[in-house]
Design a protein around this ligand. Structure first.
Ligand code: AVI
Length: 316
């Protein structure tokens, strides 16, 4: 019996594999197993972003809270199983908390956890794909808003889509709203590769799980042993790329469609862009947000940036 299948998964896989450079959008890495594996990744020694951002939030929270605005509603984009939210809620004591997530299960869990830990903060969960239309609950209509987009998830969007997404956040939250966003910094290639190709093989399992998902949900017959995980740094595009590379000639069918991969050919499965300080600020400006303040750890590995949603204006 096949699992319940999102028709968009089938469409994206069939279309992506037929492209001259085969690729599958990274969001399909996150089925239940993929989300568990990603949680495991965040605990690896070599995966510095989660640890660094959490420590940064802990250390800088009083300063962030002082600048981020009083009496606001916090709107978190892709709340997932975030462990960072309580730090923000504890320090800011917002008038409301609005977690937005595509996964109803995750959303209910995180809303229940926040409810239990912060009984005075009203929680209004919104089950939605934050890249599409989002309707905020009427209860926060009159409140100033602070968007929260941690984890360097913005890095998983190519700059053109990242700019669109930031503009979309501005439309959702409104002019004058604020956004606290986490962005991973450029750093030596060896550290980046270690973070995305860990010695324990957890990231490899996370990437290969996509092929298991194709077999499970789309009835594919991919020989998973014929593919291996590969993480590489693409310097020109400023990003780590994840690929599934065929280790020998192999072929498979999905939904009656046949695909052939020669040894060495790959399926591109994820981008993770890394930004320098100016690149990060420029991206925000292009997305309609004026940077107000930023915080980094001592090593400069990760940045948290606070920005304000700009009014449309005629620029000189
Ligand atoms: C979710 N996202 C920010 C992670 C990242 O670092 O790009 C996903 C990830 N992929 C492999 N390791 C972690």
């Amino acid at each position: 019996m096949l699992d319940r299948v999102d028709p968009a998964f089938r469409t994206d896989v069939l279309a992506g594999l037929a492209e001259p450079i085969p690729s599958i959008p990274a969001r399909w890495l996150y089925d239940r197993r993929g989300s568990e594996l990603f949680d495991d990744i965040t605990r690896l020694d070599t995966y510095y972003p989660t640890r660094t951002e959490t420590a940064l939030l802990e250390a800088k929270m009083p300063e962030i809270a002082a600048l981020a605005g009083d009496d606001c509603a916090i709107v978190e984009f892709g709340s997932g199983s975030s462990t960072k939210t309580p730090l923000l809620l504890e320090a800011m004591r917002p008038r409301a908390y609005v977690p937005i997530d595509i996964s109803g299960d995750y959303l209910r869990d995180s809303a229940a956890r926040v409810d239990a830990e912060f009984p005075d903060i009203p929680v209004h969960p919104v089950e939605a794909d934050f890249t599409k239309e989002v309707i905020l609950p009427g209860a926060i209509d009159s409140m100033p808003r602070l968007g929260f987009f941690p984890g360097s998830t913005i890095g998983n969007f190519v700059p053109r889509s990242a700019t669109d997404l930031l503009r979309h956040f501005r439309d959702i939250l409104g002019v004058g709203s604020r956004l606290l966003i986490g962005m991973d910094r450029v750093k030596p290639v060896e550290r980046l590769i270690a973070a995305y190709d860990d010695p324990q093989g957890v990231t490899a399992e996370f990437n290969l799980n996509l092929l298991h998902r194709i077999n499970r949900e789309l009835g594919g017959d991919v020989d998973i042993a014929a593919f291996e995980h590969c993480a590489l740094w693409h310097d020109m595009n400023g990003r780590v790329e994840m690929h599934l590379v065929a280790t020998r000639d192999t072929g498979f069918s999905i939904d009656g469609q046949r695909f052939a991969f020669a040894a060495g050919q790959s399926i591109h499965t994820e981008n993770s862009h890394k930004y320098g300080p100016r690149g990060a600020r420029l991206l925000l400006l292009a997305g309609g947000w004026t940077p107000l303040a930023e915080w980094t750890d001592d090593a400069g590995d990760f940045a948290l940036i606070l920005a304000e949603a700009q009014r449309n204006r005629f620029a000189p």
